[in-house]
Design a binder for this molecule. Sequence first.
Ligand code: AP5
Length: 196
Amino acid sequence: MLITILFGPPGSGKGTQAAYITKRYGLQHVSTGEMLRDEADKGTELGNEVAPIMAEGNLVPDDLIVRVIESRLRDSDTQRGVLLDGFPRTVPQARALDEMLRRSGRKVDLVLFLDVPEDKLIQRLLGRAQTEGREDDNLETIQNRIEIYHRDTEPVLDHYRDQPSTAIEVVDGDAPILDVARRVRDAVDRHYRDAA
Ligand code: AP5
């Protein structure tokens, strides 16, 4: 079973690339952003709590999102392998993930980092605002999300760089979607080959 983190700033293409990887490797896509948006759309207690935080582009509290993930990773469809998208987003979340995986004899195998320059991120997210109308896709909120990414999320990469049992693959994500998908595929294949 492969536990992979799809890592990168807002707009780097995590959701887009997840579709290709899960199909090829039979992994379950676990996107915390999608899970929270779904709760907000349904108007559940959790959804109502997180909606205003998400609308401003801030992170929801660590303990809340860790509980959500812990419960999801107990589901039977996540036992063959998962692709985590949007989690962990802080070092405390990464530590909590490591601990919950350790308890079941698992670990993070691979971190795939989608590297995209900031001007392209903003361009993509403003483009998506025209078609999808996500509440957090406006310039002010996008800039806040990118700032939070640099401050709170980037250190998660260093956390995994310090762990010899986790591989990190940096993928240049500044290319057409199918080209990036090929690069991601090569990176995951390389990991499988090296791990074999
Ligand atoms: P989340 O949903 O995770 O948002 P995000 O990280 O900001 O990521 P995005 O979905 O905006 O971008 P993406 O990298 O998936 O890119 P995508 O493929 O969509 O989180 C939302 C909120 O939920 C957070 O702000 C926070 O409030 C909360 N939250 C979630 N997880 C949390 C956690 N762990 N802790 C605390 N809070 C949490 O692509 C973007 C656009 O670019 C699309 O239009 C796409 O078509 C286009 N595109 C993609 N690839 C390319 C390409 N190669 N070339 C051109 N266009 C491209």
